[in-house]
Design a protein around this ligand. Sequence first.
Ligand code: ZN
Length: 280
Amino acid sequence: MLFESPLITAYALVVAALLGLVMGSFINCWAWRYIHGESVISGRSHCTSCGHDLGIRDLVPVFSWLASKGKCRYCGEKVSARYPATEIICAVVFVAIVAVYGLSLETVELLIFACILLFLSLTDIDDFLVPNGCIVAALVVRVVYMAIACALGQMTLADVGYFAGSAFAIGVALLIVVLVADKVFGRESMGGGDLKLYFVAGLYFGWQQGIFVVILSCVIGIVVAIVAPRRKEPSPEGIPECKSESAMKRVFPFGPSIAVACIITMLVGNPLVSWYVGLL
Ligand SMILES: [Zn+2]
């Protein structure tokens, strides 16, 4: 159990779930605004169909959507089930991270990283876009975490070197594979955003779990490619640079598969790699 008292454990998990619901709601809103070129920090939340400002009643995660039966209260237009789904996913991920890592510095780091992964999954699904801002934010969070962990004696400089080395090893190895594959197949085999994301995974998880992220994301990606409905082009309202030829050729976004692999790795990566290494 997380804490000695079951009551405090339950309390911590409920708080994590509520925080996850609220963050999921914010991420939905930010991702939509980012894709549509609106300011992420200013302006009131509004209906994406009629533009009517939303009140407190419309902004309660999941419950507002259920109460209005998945429709806008002002224009009656359908509101995608993706919004409550993202909120629930965020809540589940928050609860899982707190359950695994307790109340620690690492928990804070991973909660923020999970939010970044969720955000880039949404923008990638909508517009085949893993924003550079997400990569930079994830790197900054990791570097700040490592600096604080070193100052507190929870991490050594050797650990920092291991994670940095892992990031470069995975990034360079995949870059070579991608360049060769591009040459052989005569087309872009992987987006630059996806490559940067693998670099980030190496920095967060080290090379052993980083390799696990690569393999797992490929398996998830293949399953998604088979199961998901095929789309030929990004959403019509997408921002212009997303309509590049290379984006057009990509039939499905790969970012969410890497994001899911990263989240599974942060939850079960340690015991899984120990088990795997034990087999050798
Ligand atoms: Zn509306």
